[in-house]
Design a binder for this molecule. Structure first.
Ligand SMILES: Cc1cc2nc3c(=O)[nH]c(=O)nc-3n(C[C@H](O)[C@H](O)[C@H](O)COP(=O)(O)OP(=O)(O)OC[C@H]3O[C@@H](n4cnc5c(N)ncnc54)[C@H](O)[C@@H]3O)c2cc1C
Length: 374
């Protein structure tokens, strides 16, 4: 294996390539973009518009990566990203959204009917299903802000980093008056959980030094009403895209790069941009020649990967299909009911009535509750 890699690398540096290697015959610089998520597509778009020759390699049979709009219900349901965080002109997606005439539903205002990322508009319920008074949520929210403010002092006092959870503990030791009891404490825990949800890690993994260093764009949050798909399509327009092309190896020299795909194809270019998730690099699913282990890639090893899950209520479709077949079965079941009455087959009668009525009610209520959730 090593010998192969080394010889490939030598070929690359020599500039002697086998004839089957694909390369566009042109003096324009060629760039291979690896990964067809929004990062890869955005990079490809910028390079393409700047007259570079661009080849995009994507491992899956679709573009978008963690952006994926599902249309099975007849309307867009984003399974990955659905919000635009920062509805403002500084957002790099703003010109594209405007030119495509896409609608954003602002979920930051008081009149929002959707749950959103702004803490103020949540309605909390206790374990017995009673609504937690909004006033209490607000008061504890203010206390939480005070606690976070105090963690800044802790940060200034310590050169070494620690977790936000540890820092909160130190603040509460110093300021016992900020401690909460009973329901108020549960609300405080909820605020911490909300923070964990934002960073997709537990509070004992959130860095005190860096948690608030991200640059948040102004303008609040907006839901992409038509879904993110139009953005993906617009970014991908006219770009040479190869789906089902899982990159396995990247050999690079000072001026050239050779990218090897699982299916055996090889691509050569002047440069390559890798936009696959860090987890792929962490798991060494792409080999680099020369190895990057001693350099920057090593840093990925210490990063923790978190999983963000979004439930997709495909059940509606599933139950919808069952419902349709149920309509077909309806006359047959009626015959079975009549037959069981005449023959006094009570078990069959019971079963068929249950199927006729019970299933109907179950399906209806499932459909309704799921639609309400959506
Ligand atoms: C459930 C969920 C909800 C989210 N909600 C929001 C939101 O509301 N707003 C928001 O701004 N962000 C949201 N995000 C985050 C956002 O989706 C991601 O930050 C963004 O899509 C990442 O884009 P990317 O191009 O960097 O990576 P990805 O989308 O992961 O793209 C990487 C691409 O590389 C491909 N790839 C992997 N390995 C290879 C290989 N060996 N060869 C070739 N191709 C390969 C993958 O198939 C993928 O298409 C959400 C994420 C999730 C998971």
């Amino acid at each position: 294996m090593d010998t192969n890699i080394t010889s490939l690398h030598k070929l690359l540096l020599d500039g002697t390539f086998a004839s089957h290697i694909e390369r566009k015959n042109s003096s324009l610089p060629t760039v291979i973009v690896i990964g067809g998520g929004i990062s890869g597509l955005a990079a490809a778009r910028i390079l393409f518009d700047a007259s570079f020759k661009v080849i995009l390699l994507e491992s899956r049979d679709r573009l978008g990566g963690r952006i994926h709009t599902d249309y099975s219900f007849g309307y867009p349901v984003d399974l990955g990203a659905s919000w635009l965080h920062g509805v403002c002109n500084e957002n790099p997606l703003a010109p594209l959204i405007r030119s495509l005439g896409l609608t954003l539903y602002r979920t930051s205002g008081d009149d929002s009917v959707l749950y959103d990322h702004d803490l103020e508009s949540y309605t909390l319920f206790d374990a017995d299903g009673h609504q937690v008074p909004q006033q209490l949520v607000k008061e504890v929210g203010d206390i939480f802000k005070k606690i976070l403010k105090e963690t800044e002092r802790i940060r200034d006092e310590h050169t070494d980093d620690m977790s936000i959870l540890q820092a909160i503990g130190l603040v509460l030791d110093r300021h016992p008056e900020l401690r909460q009891e009973g329901l108020a404490n549960e609300v405080l825990q909820w605020y911490i959980c909300r923070m964990e949800a934002w960073f997709a890690v537990d509070a004992d993994m959130i860095s005190l030094k860096t948690w608030d260093q991200e640059h948040v764009l102004s303008g609040g949050h907006g839901l992409m009403v038509q879904g993110y798909d139009p953005i993906i399509k617009a970014l991908a327009k006219d770009i040479s895209i190869h789906l089902n092309h899982r990159v396995r190896k990247i050999c690079y020299g000072p001026n050239k790069v050779m990218v090897m795909v699982e299916n055996g194809r090889k691509f050569i270019a002047d440069a390559a941009i890798v936009t696959v998730p860090i987890g792929i690099l962490k798991a060494n699913l792409i080999q680099f020649e020369p190895s990057c282990q001693s350099g920057r890639l090593l840093q990925f090893q210490i990063l923790v990967l978190a999983v963000k899950i979004k439930l997709h209520y495909n059940l509606i479709k599933y139950f919808g299909q069952m419902w349709n077949s149920w309509v077909l079965w309806h006359p047959l079941l009626m015959l079975v009911v009549i037959f069981s009455i005449f023959t006094r087959q009570l078990a069959i009668l019971y079963l068929s009535i249950w199927l006729l009525v019970g299933l109907h009610v179950i399906l209806r209520s499932y459909r309704m509750s799921l639609l309400q959730i959506l």
